[in-house]
Design a protein around this ligand. Structure first.
Ligand SMILES: Nc1ncnc2c1ncn2[C@@H]1O[C@H](COP(=O)(O)OP(=O)(O)OP(=O)(O)O)[C@@H](O)[C@H]1O
Ligand SMILES: [Mg+2]
Length: 272
């Protein structure tokens, strides 16, 4: 598997003012994203913390998905889309031309709104990309299937029917399978675009618990329209409006004492 770059050893966080400084996994600098002539993201800058959940909120069309897709270069697939500025991933600018995009998308995985398992068995859904990456040994594939399904809190529900079609699973199980498929690639960052908005409340709760659990191993960025969800599961929240990053702070601060009037109006349901 080609690495995006060599992994570096990570510095121990430096204590400051009696607190531990959190470490950033991504640093966004003056990011602009255009679709043709139209600018959808207006020069935003923000840091994304390692091993934390960052929520992106804001009304429809404000640029949340556009921003999220830029983090693993999914916008490359949209004709006419282009980005300016920088997204630093451990000092490497993700937006630069010489990036190995395939390797990048393994390290920065993505899960979409609608569960999109392949019409294959549960087992094959996990192993498909692993085989493509050259892993052939059955024992190793078995191990990776079990590990990623366990991490996605799905193993107990499917361990006796790994050969059944993924499409036989419920929507919530399919979404956890998609998360397992992403985890199998051993990512560092997981991007989730409204991952539970198509799910029933019980499946939604399971996916939320899973996301909170995953942050010990991964850095998570999640787009959500659900204010309760953002306040329940995220550490930091970014409020977007018309392509601008209006406010970005600790989730508790955003939801109890936001600094900007527009944020207050949005989270209290006065628009959007
Ligand atoms: N593929 C595309 N081609 C052209 N314009 C696009 C494309 N995708 C998004 N846009 C435009 O970019 C802007 C931001 O859209 P985006 O999908 O990022 O918003 P969003 O915040 O994710 O909205 P929602 O909450 O509805 O998913 C919108 O004006 C949208 O019309
Ligand atoms: Mg969107």
């Amino acid at each position: 598997m080609t690495a995006v770059k060599e992994k570096r050893t990570v510095d121990v966080p430096v204590p400051s003012d009696g607190e531990f400084q959190s470490e950033n996994i991504l640093t966004v600098k003056n990011l602009e994203i255009y679709y043709g002539e139209k600018r959808a993201v207006n020069g935003i800058s923000m840091d994304i913390e390692k091993n934390s959940v960052t929520a992106l909120i804001g009304p429809s069309g404000c640029g949340k998905s556009t921003f999220l897709r830029s983090i693993n270069r999914m916008n490359d697939l949209i004709p006419g889309a282009r980005a300016a500025g920088e997204i630093l991933y451990e000092d490497l600018n993700i937006l630069s031309e010489n990036i190995n995009v395939t390797a990048l998308r393994k390290e920065i995985g993505m899960v979409f709104q609608k569960p999109n398992p392949f019409p294959k068995s549960i087992y094959d859904n996990i192993t498909h990309a692993l085989k493509f990456a050259g892993i052939r040994k059955k024992s190793m594939l078995d191990e990776m299937v079990e590990e990623s399904l366990r991490k996605a809190a799905l193993w107990d529900e499917v361990k006796d029917r790994l050969d059944r079609s993924a499409l036989s699973l419920s929507g919530g199980q399919q979404q956890r399978l998609c998360i397992a498929r992403t985890i199998a690639m051993k990512p560092t960052v997981i991007l989730l675009d409204e991952p539970s908005s198509a799910l029933d409340p019980i499946s939604n709760a399971k996916v939320e618990d899973l996301i909170v659990d995953l942050k010990k191993d991964y850095s998570i960025v999640i787009v959500t329209h659900n204010m309760q969800q953002a306040s329940r599961i995220s550490d930091k929240t970014a409020f977007f409006l018309s392509g601008d990053l209006v406010e970005y702070d600790k989730t508790e601060k955003i939801f109890t004492n936001p600094s900007v009037t527009k944020t207050e109006e949005y989270i209290s349901g006065r628009f959007g």
